[in-house]
Design a protein around this ligand. Sequence first.
Ligand code: NAP
Length: 336
Amino acid sequence: MSLRLGRMRKPKRGDRFDVVIVGGGPAGLSAAIYAVRFLLKTGVFTENVGGQLNDTDYVDDYPGMGKVSASQLISSFRRHAETYFHVPIYERVHIEGFERVDDTWFRVYGTPNVEVYAKTIIMAVGSRRRKLGVPGEKEYTGRGVSYCSVCDAPFYKGKDSVVVVGGGDAAFEGAILLSGYVNRVYLVHRRRQFRAKPWFVEEAKSRGNIEFVLDSVVDEIRGDGSRVTSVVVRNKVTGERREINVDGVFIEIGFEPPKEWFRSLGLDVDERGYIKVDHWLRTNIPGVFAAGDCTNVWIGFRQVVTAAAMGAVAAYSAYTYLAERGLYAPVKPGKD
Ligand code: NAP
């Protein structure tokens, strides 16, 4: 989902930027705001604006905002970058890659018909939802299998039961939300310890209709050919298998970065596939920086505020990189 209203910008072929930001979530938009404050010619290239905020309902921990809907927060980020600072945001754009063409420029290319040049690049592409990889998952995706409780919970209003898989914040947030819509929620987690914040765990335990199915994994998702009807759950300790009838399966087991793509671009990644950065968010490729959930820092504490902070730092690093190499040519932000 993207909240863009009005005309959609198209990048001009051959256009040149001091910094091309790939990704329009909190990290990318924050990087854009800071980059333009350093008087860098900046463009944001993204498939959607908001990133994972599009999958969230409310945010109540972004400093200064109180409780705000995720869509309002995205709009605020966008307004700040695009309306206030006139940063062009090119959306529904898929960046395929970049290559160095000389000491100053990278060629950045993608679809549809994107070819621009950048002195620096900030990768702020987030990461992808992890899949269970069990029989029935692919077949019933969109037909009872969902990867976003916050997005899809209302569709289950009045249904009997659902399974939520995972033990992190997203699984708990989803289970709590779903417990208001359905009679029974089974929370299936592969361990007994939870990664979720204690706040969420206490809240889930206090609900009378969330059953914890621990030390357990989903082995199979079954259906009647058109929709999910049950899951087969296996206790890893006892080996006992149990079929639970459900109307939906919410898979909330975290994210993984597009590591093969990163590798193909020549970026060093860690063992999980996140882009390796130093404390100034420099990657192994001079002139290429990374920010937010695609990086190997602060894993396990992915927040809007941490992504935004990284975006700001990456923009500063891009600025210092240009200044140190005599490539800094300040431009005043303005309408394009
Ligand atoms: P996460 O924190 O990485 O948790 C993923 C959970 O799924 C873990 O419990 C993990 O088990 C389990 N898991 C991973 N792979 C699995 C597999 N193949 N089979 C079964 N279980 C598997 O991911 P998340 O909950 O999606 O959260 C992502 C980030 O967003 C986190 O930083 C989180 O704090 C943040 N978030 C915040 C909020 C909020 O504060 N409102 C809401 C949602 C998300 P193990 O524990 O055994 O590894």
